[in-house]
Design a binder for this molecule. Structure first.
Ligand code: FES
Length: 258
C-alpha cells in the first residue's frame, strides 16, 4: 500500500523571507521547497545555505543553480568543510569550514525568516541553537529529521545518555505533561514543541518513534489521564486509552505512560 505524502515540514505561505538550510543529503526536502518557490516565480527573499564536505559530495549542485534562476530575490551560500584542489572558491563554494553564527551574520539571515532545516541530528541541533541565539523565533525554525536516530523502548531498562530531567527553560505556566514512569512533569510550551514526543525528547524520557507523522504507531503510548488534540491527524486513531505522541499536543494537563 502507498499512502499520500504527509508531515508538518511544509513551506509556509506568505511573504516572509525563506531560509533553506541543509547539510549533505538533507538538501532533499528543502530542494522540493526551492522548486515550489521557483515554479511560483516567488519574489520572496530566498536564501539557500548548504554545508557539505567537498564538491564530490555536493548533491544537486547543478540543479540548484538552475532552480535559483527565476528567483529574483534568491541567493545561495555553500560551505565546504574539506574542499579539494578541484573545488574552486567563488565558483563551487563560498567558504571553507563549518556553518556558524559568523556565516549567518555574513549572509544576513533575516530575523523574521521562516527557516527550514534538514541534515544530521547534531548539525540540526547546533544550527537551531545558533539561530535561536541570534533571536529567530523558535516556532519559525522548522526541522525535518532525515536520518533516523535509534528508537527507544518505553519502560525497558537500557543505557540512556541521561536520566530523565525537566527540559531546559521549563516555564511555570501552561498545561502540565507528566511522564508517569519517568517521574517527570514538565510544562507544555507550544512555541517550543510541536508534539508531546518533542517534549519527551527534551526531557530525555525514553520514547519509541519512527515516522513522526502519525502513520506507523511506533510512538503509541498509554494516556493515563487528560486529553490531546492531533496535528497532523493520524492516518488511524490509536487504541482507546492510548495516544500517538509524535503528532499530538495536550489539551490541559495530561499524564502519559512513559
Ligand atoms: S512515530 Fe509513527 S505514528 Fe508516531
Amino acid at each position: 500500500d502507498v499512502s499520500s505524502p504527509r508531515g508538518s515540514f511544509i513551506l509556509q505561505s506568505g511573504e516572509r523571507p525563506v531560509v533553506l538550510l541543509s547539510a549533505g543529503i538533507g538538501a532533499t526536502p528543502v530542494l522540493a521547497m526551492l522548486h515550489a518557490l521557483a515554479a511560483d516565480r516567488s519574489t520572496r527573499q530566498v536564501l539557500w545555505i548548504h554545508a557539505v564536505r567537498d564538491g564530490q559530495h555536493h548533491p544537486f549542485a547543478a540543479e540548484i543553480r538552475g532552480v535559483m534562476a527565476p528567483l529574483t530575490n534568491g541567493h545561495t551560500f555553500v560551505c565546504y568543510s574539506r574542499p579539494t584542489s578541484r573545488d574552486k572558491m567563488g565558483e563551487h563554494f563560498d567558504t571553507a569550514g563549518h556553518l556558524s553564527r559568523s556565516v549567518f551574520d555574513e549572509v544576513r539571515v533575516p530575523q523574521d525568516a521562516d527557516v527550514y532545516l534538514c541534515g544530521p541530528t547534531r548539525f540540526m541541533a547546533d544550527m537551531k541553537q545558533t539561530l535561536t541565539d541570534m533571536g529567530l523565533a523558535p516556532e519559525r525554525i522548522h526541522v525535518e529529521i532525515f536520518s533516523g536516530s535509534d528508537s527507544m523502548s518505553p519502560g525497558v531498562a537500557r543505557a540512556v545518555a541521561r536520566a530523565p530531567h525537566l527540559p531546559e527553560g521549563d516555564a511555570d505556566t501552561g498545561p502540565l505533561v507528566s511522564f508517569a514512569r519517568s517521574g517527570i512533569a514538565a510544562h507544555w510550551n507550544p512555541s517550543k514543541y510541536q508534539s508531546i514526543l518533542e517534549l519527551a525528547e527534551g526531557c530525555d524520557v525514553p520514547a519509541r518513534w519512527s515516522c513522526r507523522t502519525g502513520v506507523c504507531h511506533n510512538c503509541e503510548s498509554g494516556l493515563v489521564s487528560g486529553a490531546v488534540v492531533y496535528g497532523p491527524e493520524p492516518l488511524d486513531k490509536p487504541a482507546d486509552g492510548n495516544v500517538l505522541i509524535c503528532c499530538s499536543q495536550p489539551l490541559g494537563d495530561v499524564a502519559i505512560d512513559l
